[in-house]
Design a protein around this ligand. Structure first.
Ligand SMILES: Cc1cc2nc3c(=O)[nH]c(=O)nc-3n(C[C@H](O)[C@H](O)[C@H](O)COP(=O)(O)OP(=O)(O)OC[C@H]3O[C@@H](n4cnc5c(N)ncnc54)[C@H](O)[C@@H]3O)c2cc1C
Length: 425
């Protein structure tokens, strides 16, 4: 099935059940279990053994991405298959398993999906068909894509985006200028999706998303970021200097943008804001990644506690340790349930989260991941603090989940605004 066919199917041109006909169920279908076990096998057999090496190297693990492409785990067809699951659960299940294997490598594999989500959510059928396959490359020559919203002075506050896109009518091109910060796969991506402002006075409602085709002059990687965790995932600044892209690279097309801007200028509500729409859709999936890290640390700590002896008994026989493990298990399950609820709701209601359920899921899962991995270090004692054991890496990896895709504070802001209807600052 081509990317365009999948887009048409997602838009409802098929005979699959209406999402509202899918009741909530925790009983996974055979298909869901098979895919979960398949991804788990890859995470256990390929990702885990490579995790420490790529964390130390702080480089994109291309051989692992290639392996994932070879088995069909990395590519649009599989991503679309996970995404199209009418229950919404397949995407979080796959992410949890992969990130259980390792979060740095997991992000090297899944980082492309943020750009893909932007193209899929905002692009025309033609753009989806042309650009999404390029984001992944081929089985023999896999590529990655980058989604560039953040800037040095626009992190939590995306309305501060200063990158501009100006339309050159004479050549039917957009001219993009600015500096992007923190872009996952920035500079090494085949396709960059860049959020730029076309009308600064409109704040985030004046934003639009642009495709930067491979090899475009004026799009360069800036400094590569040396990170605390998630080190197998490449993060870098991206510089855009008089970067000219064809008119057709505006996601959704000019007519739709002009209509939207006209509505905003008339004081009517804009339906979507380019960056926010992408983040809203991806939050439960990001939460699932955090659940995967938390579960990996919990399982490691449980096994360790059942082996390690002090004072003549297994350390798990002390309530202090056993109760911690009980709390870890409970918190991880609670986080997963919030993730699954948001993922299911997203399918049922077209991503309308009335009480910011997407944000709740990401907030809870991120905080549980940080807490659980820290507890896992404690349970392993001195060993937990060393690079000989994986829980210290898991702890470093987990921390990003309270920061990117909206910090924990911003998630609380979104939730409190949603539940109160008030302008909480
Ligand atoms: C590894 C990594 C990968 C990333 N990948 C991408 C990517 O692919 N694409 C992309 O566009 N971006 C990416 N980012 C950027 C990321 O989304 C931002 O770092 C994040 O949004 C926070 O922005 P900031 O770092 O500027 O922090 P700031 O916005 O400066 O926030 C600093 C602190 O102030 C708090 N704060 C800010 N405003 C408020 C408020 N109103 N109320 C209460 N507290 C507040 C924050 O919660 C935080 O604790 C990535 C970042 C990292 C570290």
């Amino acid at each position: 099935m081509s990317a365009t066919d999948i887009a048409a199917e997602a838009a409802g041109d098929d005979a699959s059940p209406e999402p509202s006909e899918i009741p909530f169920s925790l009983a996974l279908s055979q298909d869901q279990k098979d895919i979960r076990d398949w991804v788990h096998g890859f995470a256990e057999g390929v990702v885990r053994p490579a995790a420490a090496e790529w964390d130390e190297r702080e480089e994109t693990p291309w051989p692992v991405i290639q392996e994932a492409a070879k088995i069909g785990l990395y590519g649009f067809e599989s991503l679309a298959q996970f995404f199209m699951d009418p229950t919404g659960l397949q995407m979080p299940i796959v992410n949890e398993e992969l990130f259980w294997g390792d979060a740095g490598i997991g992000m090297a594999i899944m980082g492309t999906s943020l750009a893909v989500a932007a193209i899929f959510g905002q692009g025309t059928n033609e753009q989806i068909g042309e650009w999404i396959p390029q984001c992944f490359g081929t089985e023999d020559d896999p590529q990655v894509a980058a989604f560039c919203a953040s800037e040095p002075d626009a992190g939590s506050d995306v309305s501060m985006i200063r990158t501009t896109a100006k339309y050159d009518e004479a050549t039917d091109e957009w001219v993009i200028n600015g500096q992007k910060a923190w872009a996952t796969n920035g500079g090494i991506a085949k396709v960059h999706v860049v959020i730029a402002t076309v009308d600064r006075e409109l704040g985030s409602r004046g934003h639009a998303a642009f495709l930067i085709p491979p090899g475009t002059k004026g799009c360069e990687q800036g400094a590569k970021v040396k990170k605390h965790g998630l080190r197998a995932s490449h993060t870098a600044d991206v510089h855009l200097d008089d970067c000219r892209v064809p008119g057709a690279c505006l996601l959704g097309g000019k007519e739709r943008l002009d209509e939207r801007l006209a509505r905003v200028r008339e004081g009517k509500q804009a339906r979507s804001q380019a960056a926010m729409q992408t983040f809203e859709a991806s939050r439960p999936t990001v939460g699932a990644q955090a659940v995967g890290i938390a579960r990996a640390a919990y399982e490691y700590a449980l096994d360790y506690a059942k082996e390690r002896e002090q004072f003549g008994r297994k350390i798990v026989e002390n309530q202090a340790i056993a109760f911690t493990l009980a709390d870890m298990k409970m918190e991880i399950d609670a986080a997963r349930l919030l993730v699954w609820r948001a993922s299911w709701m997203g399918k049922q209601q077209g991503m309308v989260f009335e009480n910011a359920e997407g944000s709740m899921s990401k907030l809870k899962a991120g905080e549980v991941a940080v807490w659980s991995t820290e507890r896992a270090i404690q349970i392993l004692g001195g060993n937990g603090y060393t690079r000989e054991f994986p829980v210290e890496r898991m702890h470093r990896d987990a921390k990003i989940y309270t920061i990117f895709e909206g910090t924990s504070e911003i998630q609380r802001l979104v939730i409190s605004r949603a539940i109160s209807g008030m302008k909480i600052a």
